[in-house]
Write a protein that binds this ligand. Structure first.
Ligand SMILES: *Cc1c(COP(=O)(O)O)cnc(C)c1O
Length: 232
């Protein structure tokens, strides 16, 4: 199947999941995750109305971004090291993977230097998996205000990566929990948060039923990820 056909199929599935949940499809943003895929594939999707893309690694993203049209936006969705914050602030319009206090402070510092306000999502390790990054749900409310006090950071919502399962129904409680956490954050901040970034190729319909506003889709759109090329 061609890329444009797969895109069409995903958009149909998003609409169907919204209909099932009584939601407006305009509330759900599709973020194509282009990691390990070429600038050509990104360019092709831009001809079908895609303008914002997700990348996991700064180094790969920098090369790809410079090879793509300049009117696109990029979201960082992978773990960020402090020595890459400067580039993250420079190349991305949103950092979805703020997973610890120290990285929030470092992003704030570089955003300040660049005279830029940086939209971010707080990544939550809802299932408490040792292999995953993110705040644990119990600490989220405690770090919320210190992060909100960082002048150059704008908290736009929460992000999570659900455990990998073969049956998406099994991760529904994870998505429900993230939604509850977002409501608790809104209460504490006294302001609404726009985004619940949850759901990937294998589980996005369930995530939409539980309130996702942004689904991050790689494989179901671009096909299997080639292994990253070795770079020297
Ligand atoms: C790779 C990745 C995705 C996309 O995963 P697929 O299963 O290929 O859709 C989504 N979110 C994050 C954080 C990722 O690293």
């Amino acid at each position: 199947m061609e890329l444009d056909e797969r895109l069409h199929g995903i958009r149909e599935r998003i609409s169907a999941a919204c209909e099932l949940a009584g939601r407006d499809p305009a509330e759900v943003m599709l973020l194509p995750v282009s990691k390990n895929h070429s600038a050509n594939a990104v360019r092709e999707l831009t001809h079908h109305g895609c303008r914002v893309f997700g990348e996991s690694k700064i180094q790969e993203a920098k090369l790809k971004i410079s090879a793509c049209p300049g009117n696109l936006e990029w979201h960082l969705i992978g773990h960020l090291q402090s020595n890459k914050c400067r580039d993250a602030v420079r190349f991305f319009s949103m950092i979805q993977s703020v997973d610890r206090m120290s990285i929030a402070e470092e992003i704030n510092k570089h955003a300040h230097n660049a005279a830029k306000d940086m939209p971010v999502l707080l990544e939550v390790n809802v299932a408490g998996e040792g292999s995953k990054y993110g705040f644990n749900p119990a600490e989220l409310l405690d770090i919320l205000e210190p992060i909100n006090d960082l002048p150059r950071l704008e908290i736009h919502g929460l992000m999570t990566l659900a455990p990998w399962v073969t049956e998406p129904e099994k991760v529904r409680p994870i998505f429900q929990r993230l939604r509850e956490l977002k409501e608790a954050c809104e209460q504490k901040l006294g302001a609404p948060l726009q985004h619940l970034s949850m759901g990937m190729s294998g589980d996005f319909e369930v995530a939409i039923e539980e309130g996702a506003t942004l689904v991050r889709i790689g494989t179901a759109l671009f096909g299997p990820r080639p292994r990253p090329a070795k770079t020297k």
